[in-house]
Design a protein around this ligand. Structure first.
Ligand SMILES: Nc1ncnc2c1ncn2[C@@H]1O[C@H](COP(=O)(O)OP(=O)(O)O)[C@@H](O)[C@H]1O
Ligand SMILES: [Mg+2]
Length: 569
């Protein structure tokens, strides 16, 4: 609820204005039937002047009510929509700054629904529920007071059928809420199915699972239909019952009010005014029920939103802008506290070195990099940057010092040019073309019809794994940060291109004085490394220069022989 409190505090004056307007409108609304009464009574006594006068009053007041309602509606909607906009941004920002572990904890559909459905629930409450509460009090109470002043017994009599509207609306509101919640969940399921189909179409075709997949979708769709039918049924019930209750109140008014008129207790004007009051009262009666339902839904949604907003943030720490020496000391790591992925790694890296790390898939290479980049937390006392424990260094420092090419070579749905430029928004076209040349992707880009303006990803062309990796390398080079980490960044590049890139990179590293950590399962990539570490099952089993490791005739040597043979096949 803190989010909501902050919001009301910030928008305090706007809400004071809105509420004041609403109260004024409500009073005008309640006063309107009084003029009707006077007008009708003028008809009874055939007083044309008064009839004309009161008709003018009614006209002016009605016009005033419409204008003011319009004004406060637009004020309120503006306030709520800007809140909604900020809330959505805030939620997304929390996703972005989630630790990787936190992000993996949530399903995509769940996160989506927090941005869309939950913010909608809050928005609906703010627009409808919040106003309804004020309406109920001001409109409902004053209407009752005016009615009772005219005739107490008649007021009580017509209220009886109207009182049923409250539980009716509450019940309806709660049921609708439950159905919508289920519909949203089913909808998320549907999106998952469609995404699965898009991502897995090859597998689905290969295993001839089209029927099976279609069946899965049909099932979800059936659920969707069922819930929507429920909704229609509920809707179909509600309106007629509300109408029935209003008609019942009108009937009581005609019958009992008629009796009172015959007895000479009330005039025709009172009966006419009561018709209008019954109409006015319908809304507050239902509004109480709706607001309670909306409130319940909004608070549930708000707590889901706040759960996201309150996820632990990256702690701030010391800002450093460069590192002379990385010291890794007996580093142990496990993802979920049972299987150790790293089992006591110790190594030092000095500025300017090109370090190679190799090892079989699953040996813990990527895990080591994630620890160095603070993507996952290292145990205290195991990683030091210039003697400072990594845990007391800010995430901002990491962003300034390291550029990183992840294994997948992730690209955004944007042009190739922009995808590279993300590495350094101030870069010139020349610099961008230059890093593309170093990464041996320039010629490929120029061979596309739109060159650097070629759009990649969902809205554009699909690049091969190797092309994606080379663009990701170009992007990382453009950042000009002192440390570069390549995580198997050449794995999908063919042998010939690989050796060209390696040559270019070596030159580029020396020219720019970069410190490089290069991970590669393919040993030929590591020819330019000053020192190489061989990781097996979370432990370093060999280290040395390329030639030293070859002459040792150990793990590295045998792996190299095997890869040479494979390359020559
Ligand atoms: N998020 C994760 N949760 C649990 N285990 C993981 C996770 N990511 C990787 N692992 C496991 O950690 C081990 C090391 O993975 P990784 O560092 O990616 O290996 P490499 O990069 O050397 O191929 C593997 O056994 C892998 O299955
Ligand atoms: Mg890896």
């Amino acid at each position: 609820m803190k989010t909501l409190k902050d919001y009301f505090r910030k928008e305090f004056f706007r809400y004071v204005a809105i509420v004041t307007l609403l109260i004024v409108v409500d009073f005008a609304q309640v006063y309107l039937p009084q003029f009707t009464k006077s007008a009708i009574d003028s008809i009874s006594v055939k007083n044309t002047t008064n009839l004309f006068k009161y008709s003018i009053y009614i006209l002016v007041l009605s016009f005033g009510i419409v204008s003011l309602r319009f004004l406060y509606q637009s004020l309120l909607r503006k306030a709520v929509l800007s809140f909604d906009y900020e809330l959505k941004n805030k939620i997304f920002e929390s996703f972005v700054f989630f630790k990787r572990k936190t992000l993996e904890k949530f399903e995509i559909g769940d996160l989506m629904s927090r941005v869309t459905n939950d913010t909608q629930a809050v928005r609906m409450f703010l627009i409808m529920g919040f106003l309804a509460i004020i309406d109920v009090f001001v409109l409902g109470l004053t209407t009752f007071i005016f009615m009772m002043r005219m005739n107490l017994k008649l007021t009580l009599a017509v209220s009886v059928p109207l009182l049923f509207l409250f539980p009716l609306a509450l019940n309806f509101g709660t049921k609708i809420h439950r159905i919508y919640k289920r519909i949203n969940m089913i909808f998320a399921d549907m999106s998952v199915r469609v995404r699965e189909l898009v991502n897995g179409i090859r597998v689905i075709k290969a295993f001839v699972k089209e029927q099976y997949f279609t069946k899965l979708f049909h099932n979800v769709n059936q659920e969707y239909l069922k819930e929507n039918m429920q909704l229609v049924k509920l809707d179909g019930f509600f309106d007629p019952i509300v109408n029935f209750m209003i008609n019942a109140a009108n009937l009581v008014l005609i019958f009992y009010g008629g009796l009172l008129y015959i007895k000479g207790v009330v005039g025709m004007g009172t009966i006419a005014a009561f018709f209008q009051y019954i109409e006015t009262l319908t809304w507050p009666m239902m509004a109480v029920g709706f607001s309670i339902a909306l409130y319940q839904r909004a608070t549930a949604s708000l707590s889901r939103i706040e759960e996201v907003l309150n996820q632990p943030k990256e702690k701030s720490g010391r800002l450093i802008t460069d590192i002379e020496r990385i010291h890794i000391k007996d580093l142990h790591f496990s993802f979920d506290d049972n299987v150790e992925v790293l089992k006591g790694i110790s190594l030092n890296i000095s500025k300017g070195e090109v370090i190679g790390i190799t090892g079989a898939p699953g040996s813990g290479k990527t895990a080591l990099i994630h620890l160095l980049l603070k993507i996952v937390d290292a145990k205290k006392g195991s990683i030091f940057y210039d003697g400072i424990d990594i845990n007391s260094i800010s995430f901002e420092s990491i962003k300034r010092i390291f550029s990183y090419v992840p294994q997948e070579g992730f690209l955004f749905s944007d042009t190739i040019y922009n995808n590279i430029k993300i590495g350094n928004p101030d870069a010139t076209r020349e610099e961008i073309e230059n890093v593309a040349k170093v990464a041996c992707i320039y010629d490929d880009i120029m061979s596309f019809k739109d060159g650097f303006n070629t759009v990649v990803g969902e809205q554009g062309i699909t690049l091969s794994g190797g092309e994606r990796q080379r663009i990701a390398i170009a992007r990382a080079l453009l950042t000009k940060r002192p440390y570069l980490i390549l995580d198997d960044a050449l794995a999908s590049v063919d042998f010939k291109t690989e050796s060209n890139i390696i040559k270019n990179l070596e030159e580029y590293f020396i020219k720019n004085g970069l410190t490089v950590i290069m991970i590669s399962e393919r040993l030929s990539s590591l020819l330019i490394a000053n020192r190489i570490f061989v990781l097996v099952d979370g432990k370093i089993i060999e280290e040395g220069t390329f030639n030293e490791l070859i002459s040792k005739e150990g793990y590295f040597y045998h792996l190299y022989r095997k890869q040479l043979l494979e390359a020559n096949l």
